[in-house]
Ligand binder design. Structure first.
Ligand code: GUN
Length: 297
């Protein structure tokens, strides 16, 4: 029997309606419209389409965005100056710098320049550290979206073996951390696999919950999955396709057909984790705006 699909689009639509309502209430009670500064450097087509989707979702949720498009030739100093301006702009509650940045820009230094209270991506060392020790913080959007998908589709994580494939700062490391923490959607025993793992399949076959964030199509195939496992495919890859107008199609990091035949639940690509990532960005931006009220007390 084919795996049940976890419909990220549907879950995201439900959560976005909740956020939109909270934004309306915030506006009515405080006059504040949550605002996000969105910076895209260069013209990578995938990054451009992610950023456009984020800006459209912000507008649909009743939030404001300042959309900043910069050429790939932008210098480090120019980029840092823009971040500093946004840090000092009261109407901007969150700042998002779409990654990866073009070559020549120092990504770590750019992230460090974002004020932690506006770091709605949860990428700054302050937020990462707070997450590690369980202090209030902005959780990174994709890992938080993955946990919300598990929670909202009724997947128990407590006591389960979760295997994460991929150790990026954006997905692999933080999602492993969230699955292990003592909290709802956590309490799992976690194994973190990466490119230096020998015999990846030996680990993935032990997973009750398998999170695949390797950035490579067909990293996980059906023979690598334990029957009945829950599989969350975080990958978004553009592969050439002769039958689509764009000349490409999107696929995840799992071989969908073979994994679907073995898993009990599986996220599709597109329409799985992607919409949830954007939804968590909306939630964090709303929260950043609410936090300013507390600071004003
Ligand atoms: N690039 C890939 N995922 C993300 C994300 O969640 N936030 C940002 N800023 N860049 C990304």
């Amino acid at each position: 029997m084919a795996a049940e699909l976890i419909d990220g689009k549907l879950l995201a639509a439900t959560m976005r309606a909740e956020i939109r309502q909270k934004v309306l209430e915030l506006k009515a009670t405080s006059g504040i419209t949550p605002g996000l500064g969105v910076i895209l450097v260069g013209d990578d087509p995938a990054s451009r389409s992610y950023v456009t989707a984020k800006e459209q979702a912000l507008a649909a949720a009743g939030m404001h965005s300042e959309d900043i498009r910069l050429p790939a030739s932008t210098s480090q100093e120019e980029l840092l100056a823009i971040i500093q301006r946004l840090n000092a702009t009261p109407e901007i509650h969150g700042i998002l710098v779409q990654l990866p940045l073009p070559e020549g820009l120092d990504e770590a230094a750019v992230i460090r320049a974002i004020a932690p209270e506006k770091d709605v991506d949860g990428f700054t060392p302050v937020n990462v550290g707070r997450m590690m020790i369980g202090e209030p913080c902005f959780l990174p959007c994709t890992p938080h979206g993955v946990i919300q998908m598990l929670l909202r589709s009724g997947v128990e994580t407590k006591g389960k073996h979760a295997v994460v494939v991929g150790r990026s700062n954006i997905v692999g490391k933080p999602v492993a951390q969230l699955l292990a923490r003592k909290a709802k959607g956590g309490n799992a025993t976690v194994t973190l696999c990466h490119t230096a793992t020998t015999d990846l399949a030996a680990f993935t076959r032990q997973a009750d919950i398998l999170i695949v964030a390797s950035g490579r199509p067909s990293t996980v195939t059906g023979t690598m999955v334990k029957p009945g496992a829950v599989v969350i495919d975080v990958g978004v890859n553009r592969v050439p396709c002769a039958t689509t107008k764009s000349g490409y199609r999107l696929c995840g990091d799992c071989d969908f057909e073979s994994v679907s035949a073995v898993a009990s639940k599986l996220t599709p690509v597109p329409g799985g984790v992607g919409p949830m990532t954007i939804t968590m960005l909306l939630e964090n931006t709303y929260q950043a705006a609410v936090n300013t009220l507390q600071r004003d007390l």
